[in-house]
Design a protein around this ligand. Structure first.
Ligand code: ADP
Ligand code: MG
Length: 702
């Protein structure tokens, strides 16, 4: 349909009201260059102008709403910059205050007592009333005669667009203009059977209704359709790449379970493996034997024993004549892994080395040479391992620990380190629902350790308010006297390093004052690696008994003698993060405690979040609760970077059910039309190519 294509590809300057300046701004700020781009720029929410609220039904947290009623009094209040015009407004069910700042003669003349208005704005609780600042006002008499009330779209804006007066309203007008000139209905990519099966409105109708609709249901249907479409193509792309990969990438076959693995397993395991650990090792081993390259994600809650799995898998690589490397997100963690693993493997007489940014000079040279000659069999390190200077003789396995941000590019760099890509095992304690994991990690298979090692006492979690600090001190005092140790963790407050550091320093002084008999250490992100290392070492060797830190200890640190984790300003942390922090204690057989300290007065949601932490221990349950409270935010941001396309309307986390549906639909089409010959699916394949092309162009620019 060339007519349509050429229309959608038209520059937006084609539209009335868009000159070169506006075009430039729209492109720079919202990525809108063509008419097609404009039509596919979706509002991120709608204001329901079809509904009139009653004042008695207002609740905290409502967005813009409409009221109908009458002004019963108008007064000027306050002085100077606080001077304002206040109207008392009622609809018979209650009162609200309407407030205008910057009082002028003009403003004073505008509104009248005893006249009926339709009011539109955001109600905020204010004393016993709700107050609406700078509401939009229209005389009711005028509104009543207007035929259509509708769902008003709100588009993303930016400061520059605001300043250039490119408002939501203007964007909607431009879309209307573009829509009117359409030479025909927007093309449909899905065949009718698929539309029916998934209850989808047509693409044309969806685009129309998301921009211009009369009722809430139409908007809901439009969103559903557009989200489905987006998720469908996302899944189609991922599934298709997946198939290609399975065909394309041969891996090194590791058929042998040899001397090293067997010797270690039979004689040197410090504990017996949990059933879950055994199962995962079997799953990994099946991959390694298959002749295909392994790309596996290992999920396991904090403390579930992923490191031992990594170690055993590394031995499998060695048994088959290959080198293995284990990559950690931070230097501290890399060092800790290095120490733990090399101590455990000591009796096997292997050469295990550490490679991080701080390994320098002669030492580095020796390690690099050892790696290149194949004398170093296992390397533990940080991102430094990816650098081109690190050349392996025969790398067969890469374990990546806790690196959610490990993107496609870095993986590609690792793949290039041998003539065939090494097997890859990604380990994470961040529990991601399975459908989401399949999407975010696209081409990874997923294994789960769903069991903690036996004999662990569940960590007791308590929530103390600032006024209960004496209880906290009693507890810590008792634990220290038993010979145990304690962490105090401070949050990053506002990403302002100076302020964060200040909070930490003050905390450090307070802790020293409260526990004068004990030695207190501290760690924060601004310290030199060597200083951090020293502070961590002192804590792990009991030279210090209390460690005050920022969240640098969040991932992986292991001091089994520590029995108390105090999280200060706990309300500032996400639940998943609190769960991670809590996992730093409870690593020995004794009872451990996690104490969440918050201020005295808490918002209801904060109280609930603390309660969840006190009551729940399962990481998956907590992660799900976290998503509910905070929205998909963090995870979404992290996860998005791994996707083939950017999502404009669907949410990775919020739309998991639809995601699963779209994935199934995409899989079915891949199966029934593997050769891409079925005419009714032709538009789908064309669209997939177009999207990939678009993404490619985009990433080559940015
Ligand atoms: P994570 O999965 O969080 O990386 P680790 O690998 O650090 O967990 O293991 C946590 C602790 O549990 C370590 O001290 C480890 O030695 C111990 N551990 C691991 N597996 C077992 C097991 N099967 N039995 C007993 N202790 C175990
Ligand atoms: Mg770990």
């Amino acid at each position: 349909m060339p007519v349509m294509t050429s229309y959608l590809d038209q520059d937006i300057t084609y539209l009335k009201g868009v000159g070169p300046n506006r075009a430039k701004l729209l492109n720079a700020e919202l990525g809108i260059r063509t008419i097609g781009d404009l039509l596919h720029t979706y509002p991120f929410r709608h204001e329901d102008r079809t509904k009139i609220h009653r004042i008695c039904d207002l609740t905290e947290g409502m967005q813009n709403i409409q009221l109908r009623g009458r002004i019963v009094s108008l007064t000027k209040q306050g002085e100077g910059p606080k001077r304002r015009l206040v109207a008392s407004f009622t609809d018979g069910t209650g009162y609200v205050q309407l407030v205008w700042f910057r009082v002028s003669k003009h403003l004073e003349m505008m509104y009248k007592v005893d006249v009926d208005y339709q009011v539109f704005g955001e109600p905020k609780p204010f004393g016993h009333y709700f107050s609406i600042a700078h509401p939009e006002m229209e005389e009711l008499a005028k509104v009543i005669n207007r035929p259509l009330l509708r769902m008003q779209p709100v588009y993303h804006s930016t400061d520059r667009l605001d300043r250039a007066k490119i408002t939501s309203k203007l964007i909607n007008e431009l879309v209307a203009n573009a829509f009117e000139k359409l030479p025909m209905a927007l093309p449909e990519v899905f065949p009718p059977t698929l539309l029916q099966k998934h209850h989808l409105v047509s693409h044309h109708q969806a685009i129309r209704d998301i921009h211009f609709s009369q009722n809430a249901q139409a908007v809901t249907d439009a969103k559903h359709r557009l989200k489905f479409e987006e998720l469908f193509f996302l899944q189609l792309s991922i599934l298709q790449y997946n198939r290609q990969r399975k065909v394309d990438y041969e891996g090194w076959p590791f058929p042998r379970v040899g001397r090293l693995f067997n010797d270690f397993y039979a004689h040197h395991l410090p504990f017996s493996l949990t059933e879950a650990q055994k199962r995962v090792i079997k799953e990994v081993h099946a991959d390694l034997r298959s002749g295909r390259q392994m790309n596996r994600l290992l999920q396991g809650d904090v403390g579930s024993g992923k490191t031992m799995v990594a170690t055993l898998v590394a031995l499998l690589a060695l048994d088959n004549g290959f080198q293995a490397c284990i990559m950690a997100p931070t230097e501290i963690l890399a060092e800790q892994h290095y120490k733990g693993i090399s101590a455990q493997l000591e009796p096997l007489g292997l050469r295990v080395e550490l490679l991080t940014g701080t390994v320098k000079g002669k030492r580095r040279k020796a390690v690099l040479e050892g790696i290149a000659r194949g004398e170093v069999q296992i390397v533990v390190g940080t991102h430094a391992l990816i650098e081109p200077t690190v050349a392996f003789l025969n790398l067969g396995l890469v374990v990546i620990d806790e690196q959610h941000r490990f993107g496609v590019k870095q993986r590609a760099a690792l793949w290039a380190k041998n003539t065939r890509p090494p097997h890859i095992l990604v380990m994470t304690a961040t529990p991601i629902p399975r459908t989401l994991a399949m999407t975010v990690y696209g081409d990874l298979d997923v294994s789960v350790i769903d069991q903690l090692p036996p004999g662990r006492k569940p960590i007791e979690t308590r929530h103390y308010r600032t006024s209960q600090r004496h209880l906290l001190h009693q507890l810590i005092d008792a634990e220290l006297r038993k010979g145990r140790q304690a962490y105090f963790v401070y949050p990053l407050i506002d990403e302002n390093e100076k302020l964060d550091l200040l909070a930490l320093e003050q905390g450090y002084e307070a802790v020293r004052e409260a526990f004068p008999e004990w030695k207190v250490g501290r760690v924060h992100g601004k310290m030199k690696p060597i200083e951090k290392e020293e502070a961590m070492r002192e804590f792990s060797t009991y030279e210090t008994q209390i460690l005050v830190s920022t969240t640098v200890i969040e991932v992986g640190v292991n001091v089994p003698n520590a029995s108390v984790m105090v999280v200060e300003n706990a309300e500032r942390f996400g639940l998943a993060q609190l769960h991670q922090l809590r996992g730093r204690v409870g690593r020995g057989a004794e009872q451990s405690y996690c104490i969440l300290v918050t201020k005295d007065n808490l918002a209801e949601t904060t109280r609930q979040r603390m309660e969840i932490m006190v009551e729940m221990t399962d990481g998956f349950v907590i992660a799900e609760a976290d998503m509910k409270f905070r929205g998909p935010g963090d995870l979404e941001g992290t996860a998005q970077s791994g996707l083939p396309f950017d999502l404009k309307i669907a949410h990775l986390v919020g739309d998991t059910a639809l995601m699963a549906e779209a994935r199934e639909a995409a899989a079915r089409i891949l199966e029934t039309d593997a050769t891409r010959q079925t005419p009714q699916y032709a538009p789908i394949w064309r669209e997939l190519n177009r999207l990939r092309q678009e993404q490619q162009n985009y990433s080559s620019i940015s």
